[in-house]
Design a protein around this ligand. Structure first.
Ligand SMILES: Cc1cc2nc3c(=O)[nH]c(=O)nc-3n(C[C@H](O)[C@H](O)[C@H](O)COP(=O)(O)O)c2cc1C
Length: 366
């Protein structure tokens, strides 16, 4: 199970738990994955600098193994004020259904990226990963000077080449099966929906840094397939979402455990950025929205009160239920068991494949 990336990250198994902003990646989840021999990762994109510092301390109390902190690269939001007002009015229908106040003042759209980065640097976290773009050269250099391993996210070969040029140590190849937001930053998200099986080997052929396969990988079978495609590790998100240590809402977990491979869609209705989640009434209703959905992070801020009220009421239909296409393979096992089972399955599979090779050598029919 040793690969170029496991050596670089100083971990036992080539399994990275996907950073999942918005609550699922608790300190418990992150530390359990790291303690089980993988790399736990905190989705810190929505957290304030103080919250990130606190979470890092909590993780360090629970593990002395490597772990990662993940941030969102900010992007200019070009949304017109009229689009924002129109959307806010439209959202009042959902607010009325939930019994919350209409037309609230719009909350802060995003935390300061520079201040978030400062915490990562000061706390000397072992791994820094990011999505939605590429940070400045200075940030990447500062991380590397402190011995922090830097991992970027790409959804096309071109994005991967740009990340390698910028100096990252490894690249997550995010296939279209993946749950949550698309990391696409060079092209339209519709043009960048390449399946993991097609994306990984093409990326591996065009960059020299290790590639991490992500999207639809749920167990040892996905791990072995990814290694066969040339990946140095996998990054699994949905596989851990319903685990005991995940902080995902109970209604989200329940939906994950009762949904199938055809239950998800990619939508920009919740946040203004394309993301894959289990189909909800909110997504269906927003299909008919006649105007322009404000870009991320504005739309994310506009829908926050709706998502929070729905979560409080335990109503999954107005919550964002991010999940990938591997849903039917999700379990509510403890995190460490998911890592252990995936490794055991992979080892057995590799052994059985070796036997296939032997039969051929012996002239036996396959
Ligand atoms: C609930 C959820 C939240 C996510 N949040 C983040 C995030 O904060 N940062 C990030 O880089 N990727 C995020 N992702 C995407 C994952 O990194 C990864 O690409 C995806 O989970 C892989 O597909 P899978 O869910 O089929 O395993 C998220 C995914 C999910 C399901």
């Amino acid at each position: 199970m040793e690969t170029e990336l496991t050596r670089k990250l100083n971990i036992q198994y080539p399994i990275l738990q996907a950073p999942m902003a918005g609550g699922p990646t608790t300190a418990d989840l992150v530390a359990s994955v790291s303690n089980a021999g993988g790399l736990g990762s905190l989705g810190a994109g929505y957290l304030s600098p103080d919250q990130i510092r606190h979470a890092i301390k909590e993780i360090k109390q629970r593990t002395d193994r490597p772990f990662g902190i993940n941030l969102f690269i900010p992007e200019p939001s070009m949304t017109h004020q009229d689009n924002i007002a129109d959307m806010n009015n439209h959202l009042d229908t959902f607010r009325a259904a939930l019994g919350i106040a209409p037309n609230p003042s719009i909350p802060k759209a995003a935390e300061s990226f520079e201040e978030q980065v400062q915490v990562v640097l000061e706390e000397h976290v072992p791994v820094f990963s990011f999505t939605f773009g590429i940070p400045s050269r200075e940030i990447i250099l500062s991380m590397k000077q402190r011995g922090i391993v830097v991992i970027g996210t790409a959804t096309t070969v071109h994005e991967a080449i740009d990340l390698e040029t910028a100096g990252v140590d490894a690249i997550v190849a995010q296939g279209s099966e993946a749950g949550g937001h698309r990391g696409t930053f060079l092209t339209s998200t519709a043009d960048a929906r390449i399946g993991t099986m097609a994306l990984v080997p093409q990326m591996v052929d065009h960059v020299t840094v290790p590639v991490i396969a992500s999207g639809g990988i749920m167990d040892g079978r996905g791990l072995v397939a990814s290694l066969a495609l040339g990946a140095s590790a996998v990054q699994m998100g949905t596989a851990f979402l319903a685990s005991a240590e995940s902080g995902a809402h109970a209604a989200h977990k329940q939906k994950i455990l009762s949904s199938g491979e055809d239950s998800t869609e990619v939508t920009n209705a919740y946040s203004g950025k394309a993301a894959r989640g289990i189909l909800t009434d909110f997504m269906k209703d927003m299909r008919d929205y006649p105007g322009t959905v404000p870009a991320y992070p504005i739309q994310n801020a506009l829908t926050r009160d709706i998502r929070q009220a729905a979560a409080k009421a335990g109503n999954p239909e107005y919550m964002s239920l991010w999940a990938g296409q591997g849903l039917r393979l999700a379990t509510d096992q403890p995190t460490a068991d998911i890592v252990k089972r995936s490794v055991e399955e992979a080892v057995l599979l590799i052994k059985n494949m070796g036997n296939l090779g032997c039969s051929e050598e012996n002239g036996e029919s396959m």
